[in-house]
Unconditional design. Structure first.
Length: 179
């Protein structure tokens, strides 16, 4: 894919709702492939929004039942993309709001902070929690991320459309930032 324009990439653990988030945010039900089987995204997929802006779906990490060599290949491919892509403006990191961020999630957050790359965390699947527990999950995430530069968070549910408009607005802001 040509390295011109601006793009925001979605990265995260397999089965966290990355593809569902992309579909909800773009209002297209089948833009990104969703599946009950984790690890379906096995390559970097570019979704053109217009002549200038793109969303990028990166392979997930964690649950995919694939050989270790293939997992390592995905990791190197994603790392190379993150380090070399000139058009990358930010990273969207879906994290299940019912779980602690995984070690790879924390590594990605730290890498973005070191690289001065904005990161927006979607606390996914928040529809599975009551209102009080949702707000507590958001407070816990903000406390965990306190002091890390260029990080924003929000509650999100693709199935209940919670936070979809907020995510769209944040992505539009991130895409319009200068490199």
């Amino acid at each position: 894919m040509d390295d011109t324009g601006a793009e925001v990439a979605f990265a995260g653990r397999s089965n966290v709702g990355k593809s569902s988030a992309i579909n909800a945010i773009t209002s297209r039900k089948a833009l990104a492939r969703t599946s009950k089987t984790p690890g379906r995204t096995q390559q970097i997929i570019f979704f053109r929004l217009d002549d200038h802006f793109r969303l990028v779906d990166l392979p997930g990490y964690g649950y995919a039942k694939v050989p270790a060599a293939l997992q390592q290949h995905w990791e190197k491919t994603v790392q190379r993309y993150l380090e070399e892509r000139k058009t990358l403006r930010a990273l969207i990191l879906p994290v299940d709001c019912r779980r602690e961020p995984t070690a790879p999630d924390r590594k990605l957050i730290e890498w973005c902070a070191t690289a001065d790359l904005p990161i927006h965390i979607l606390l996914t699947k928040c529809d599975k929690l009551g209102r009080g527990k949702r707000l507590q999950a958001l407070r816990d995430a903000n406390k965990f991320l306190q002091g890390i530069p260029l990080v924003t968070t929000q509650l999100f549910s693709a199935t209940q459309s919670i936070g979809v408009d907020e995510a769209r607005e944040r992505i539009a802001e991130l895409l319009s930032q200068k490199a």
